[in-house]
Design a protein around this ligand. Structure first.
Ligand SMILES: [Zn+2]
Length: 275
């Protein structure tokens, strides 16, 4: 949800499209600028949220984060930014902070794993107490992205060794990195892999996005639900699995006018869930 004009406007925007959970980018996704949250604005948000009937709020960290970077300064900014997001989450009583772990830029996953895990531990250690979990999102696998497979995500989460670290499963990224979720057998294989390698107790959130690119393309290109390569059937099958229904689903689709998810997309997903 857009939150221009203050974080409380995300609540209005969510209700306007019939959403039950929200994800916001509280700061511009391509800048390091921290959020300055005035008390009055925070209280307005908390009052609106409490009255809204919404059942979850997830923050999406900035895209600049790279915990796998060889550059000390970028690693430091990344950790500081994630700590800031965890502070914002605590002050808004939000449910989680989703982030992309970053890219090893060709150095290879094994050579950055220890650094990524140590950085995540540092973020957790410096975070205030609160309900929010730090959620590692699987990547589409382009450009040396860390977390391109359930194996890699599992190894990050295991090495970080904290109950406050969970996983956000993005359906488009999974499809682009080779998980075929278009039919029952593909979905079964994908979710069994997830269960065996990561475990569903770690799943905190689903990013529900159709894919504008082919299976295994490694391209991070979201499409509206039903208009991409995964298609309505894939989402119906995914939504039919009880393990996937225990967590909130948020849309990160372009929408009909490229203004983001709309009421149609929310109701389509709800229909595919059999609701
Ligand atoms: Zn996503």
């Amino acid at each position: 949800m857009a939150a221009r004009g203050g974080i409380h406007t995300a609540v209005d925007n969510a209700l306007a499209i019939g959403a039950e959970v929200i994800q916001t980018h509280p700061t511009p996704a391509q800048m390091w600028r921290p959020l300055r949250l005035e008390d009055a604005e925070r209280e307005l948000y908390l009052a609106k949220y409490a009255a809204s009937g919404l059942r979850g709020h997830y923050l999406h960290a900035v895209y600049l984060i790279n915990l796998a970077s060889p550059k000390e300064a970028l690693l430091h900014s990344s950790v500081t930014s994630l700590v800031h997001y965890m502070e914002v989450a605590a002050s808004l009583d939000a449910d989680g902070v989703v982030f992309h772990p970053g890219s090893h830029l060709g150095a290879g996953f094994d050579s950055v794993l220890a650094q990524v895990a140590a950085a995540i531990r540092e973020v957790i250690d410096r975070s205030p107490p609160g309900r929010a979990r730090l959620l590692v999102e699987n990547s589409a696998g382009s450009g040396g992205c860390v977390g391109r497979s359930f194996e890699e995500v599992a190894r990050i989460v295991e090495a970080a060794a904290s109950d406050r670290v969970g996983v956000c499963l993005d359906t488009q990224h999974a499809f682009a990195s080779g998980y075929d979720v278009r039919d029952p057998s593909g979905v079964a294989r994908t979710l069994d892999d997830f269960s065996r390698l990561i475990g569903f107790q770690r799943l905190g959130l689903v990013h529900a996005n159709d894919s504008a690119r082919a299976l295994g393309s490694n391209a991070d290109r979201h499409a509206n639900i039903g208009e991409g390569e995964i298609g309505e059937d894939g989402f119906r099958i995914l939504l039919g699995d009880p393990r996937m229904r225990r967590v909130p689903w948020v849309l990160e689709v372009p929408g009909p006018e490229r203004k983001g998810p709309d009421r149609e997309q929310v109701s389509l997903l709800r229909r595919l869930a059999g609701a």
